[in-house]
Design a protein around this ligand. Structure first.
Ligand SMILES: *Cc1c(COP(=O)(O)O)cnc(C)c1O
Ligand code: SF4
Length: 335
């Protein structure tokens, strides 16, 4: 733990002070040696908030949090089967800024910005500029939802939907709450994990008084990502009546062991969060070195079933283009 990095600054200051220099990051962690295997990408550059760096171990080049954010020269290796748009999302785009792939819920990409750049991200090559909801798209989104009565849930996503200001977010909530058929509003966000101060009182109070049920799905891959500040912010959110779930991406060498997954589920639960999905990596270009083979994923999953109570075992899923749900991985093939 690097205590001098722990900060009480508000979330927007922390966002703007995120580390984007590889040299600075490696110097803070006393890992200058790693410079030779580090990659300096022109797009999707290094970005990591200081509060997240503070959860890393100084001098450990294999730190599971560091490995999620430090660009590695392996990203440049072209591997067959790893492509720019692995989920073919560009073909489920009825309105700009909206994805409708699953029957009862639509996903809105509120912003392209993220507080942190996760090197395995399946959206790292996504053309957001062509997919942001514009002012006119707002009316189209409302019309589309109204014309499709099977939709009862809207997922705010991105990028990271909590990257926008409370004012903008609340404006979206108001628009959505005014559509009678919607009963659930969901946020898919990594910000509470990387900058827990984002869960400020104004936000929590607004979510708590929504006429819709609010679900917040955070994204955490390792127990070390939840320190005391993060746990307190999450517990506060749960106590306000917001359902908290977590999704994890299975990452080779980072969280693909039984011990790490068990610790993650237990730590999440202590912070008021239930495990939801454990995603097999989407085959996005540049991320092949994070992939673990399906047989190992299944073996790991059997061990989690044995080690954890059922409510702490996430669903092991794979996302496939053109499937209208996240597909359960067939663990019986490897039983
Ligand atoms: C993951 C996802 C959802 C939500 O799926 P759930 O199974 O309801 O969590 C909805 N729309 C899209 C496009 C998604 O990728
Ligand atoms: S926070 Fe989510 S969307 Fe943003 S880079 Fe990480 S995985 Fe991708």
């Amino acid at each position: 733990m690097i205590n001098h990095l722990i900060t009480q600054k508000n979330w927007q200051t922390q966002l703007s002070e995120a580390i984007t220099s590889v040299d600075e990051l490696l110097s803070i962690l006393e890992l200058e040696d790693l410079k030779s295997t580090t990659y300096f990408p022109k797009h999707f550059v290094l970005r990591v908030p200081r509060a997240f760096v503070a959860k890393m171990t100084v001098g450990d080049g294999n730190d599971p949090l560091l490995r999620q954010v430090l660009p590695d020269e392996q990203e440049q290796i072209k591997v067959t089967g790893y492509v720019a748009d692995p989920l073919a999302e560009n073909s489920h785009n009825p309105v700009k800024g909206m994805l409708h792939k699953y029957e009862s819920r639509v996903l809105l990409t509120l912003t392209s910005a993220c507080a942190i750049h996760c090197r395995y991200c399946f959206r790292q090559h996504f053309d957001y500029s062509a997919n942001m909801p514009t002012a006119t798209a707002q009316a189209d989104i409302i019309d589309y939802i109204t014309a499709n009565p099977e939709i009862n849930e809207v997922i705010l996503s991105g990028g990271d939907p909590l990257n926008v200001t409370n004012r903008r977010l609340f404006a979206w909530l108001e628009i959505l709450e005014a559509i009678p058929q919607l009963t659930i509003i969901r946020l898919h966000t990594r910000l509470p994990i990387v900058i827990p101060e984002r869960l400020d009182d104004e936000l929590i109070m607004r979510l708590a008084k929504s006429r819709c049920q609010i679900v917040m799905v955070v994204h955490c891959n390792h127990a070390n990502e939840i320190d005391e500040t993060t746990a307190r912010a999450l517990n506060k959110t749960r106590l306000a009546g917001i359902t908290l779930l977590n999704q994890t991406v299975l990452l080779s060498g980072i969280n693909d062991s039984t011990a790490v997954q068990v610790a993650l589920s237990q730590r999440l639960f202590s912070a008021g969060v239930l495990p939801y999905y454990l995603h097999v990596l989407d085959k996005v270009a540049g991320a092949a070195h994070f992939d673990s083979d399906e047989h190992s994923a299944c073996t790991l999953y059997w061990s989690l079933l044995a080690a954890l109570p059922g409510y702490l075992v996430p669903k092991l899923v794979r996302e496939l283009p053109n499937r209208p749900f996240k597909v359960p991985v067939d663990i019986y093939k490897s039983s």
